[in-house]
Design a protein around this ligand. Structure first.
Ligand code: SF4
Length: 231
């Protein structure tokens, strides 16, 4: 990859806010080709991005962090997405199996130290995976949480040392729902059962009407992010 200073200069010369999500994905594809990867937890946002890329004639390289404790519905959705779009999502694993983690750190680490657990099962695997890429695409958008309110559409990700594209950063949650419905994109049925945000089984619960959509993640902890974004 080129020098970081050159990339920062290039990124700083463009008006990303004037770009649409579609244009950002196409730009990323033309600029980085197969060295641009789509991070996916198979959320509504993530499946919308996969659909958008495929509709633009791009075969996205999709990867997911398999913590070993995802919902059966999520694994089932991965199969449906793979079939529908003819893609083979790359499964990124932690270095420790769940048994090994329990031996080293004790049983159910997520109940005691979710930051350490996310570090082992998400952040470290992501760091290793992204080390070989030039750009990553995420589905974050500004109205999801205060920590994401200032997210740019395209930036140099200092935390992981590569370009980060957030094509739908200016979309609202309603925009995402409309896109999914209009395009008939496959999605996790749990979203219709009170789970607006779906992560690992031990750290996700249903949200009651009127609650913050992300309050169902790490309930009982101050934690609101895995540590993958907001750097
Ligand atoms: S979301 Fe929970 S189970 Fe999943 S890696 Fe983080 S702490 Fe562990």
């Amino acid at each position: 990859m080129e020098r970081v200073e050159d990339i920062r200069t290039e990124l700083g010369s463009r008006d990303w806010e004037a770009m649409t999500a579609h244009e950002a994905i196409v730009w990323g594809h033309e600029r980085f080709g197969g060295q641009m990867v789509f991070a996916s937890s198979f959320s509504l946002e993530d499946v919308a991005l996969i659909d958008m890329a495929c509709a633009a004639g791009i075969k996205p390289r999709v990867f997911y962090l398999d913590t070993g404790v995802l919902f059966p519905e999520t694994y089932e959705l991965i199969g449906r997405i793979a079939e529908r779009y003819g893609i083979a999502p790359e499964r990124v694993l932690p270095q420790l199996t769940l048994d090994e983690q329990a031996q080293v750190h004790g049983e159910k680490l997520w109940l005691r130290e979710p930051d350490r657990c996310c570090g082992i099962r998400k952040v470290q695997p992501l760091r290793r995976y992204l080390a070989g890429q030039d750009a990553w695409v995420t589905g974050i958008h500004r109205d999801q949480s205060p920590t994401r309110a200032g997210a740019p559409r395209v930036t140099y990700d200092e935390g992981f040392s590569l370009v980060k594209l957030n094509p739908i950063v200016d979309w609202t949650t309603e925009d995402v729902h409309s896109y999914i419905a209009e395009r008939g994109v496959p999605y996790n049925p749990m979203h219709d059962q009170g789970y607006p945000s779906i992560g690992c089984m031990p750290c996700t619960r249903a949200v009651r009407p009127g609650e913050d959509p992300r309050s169902g993640r790490w309930a009982g902890f101050q934690k609101t992010e895995c540590g993958l974004h907001g750097r």
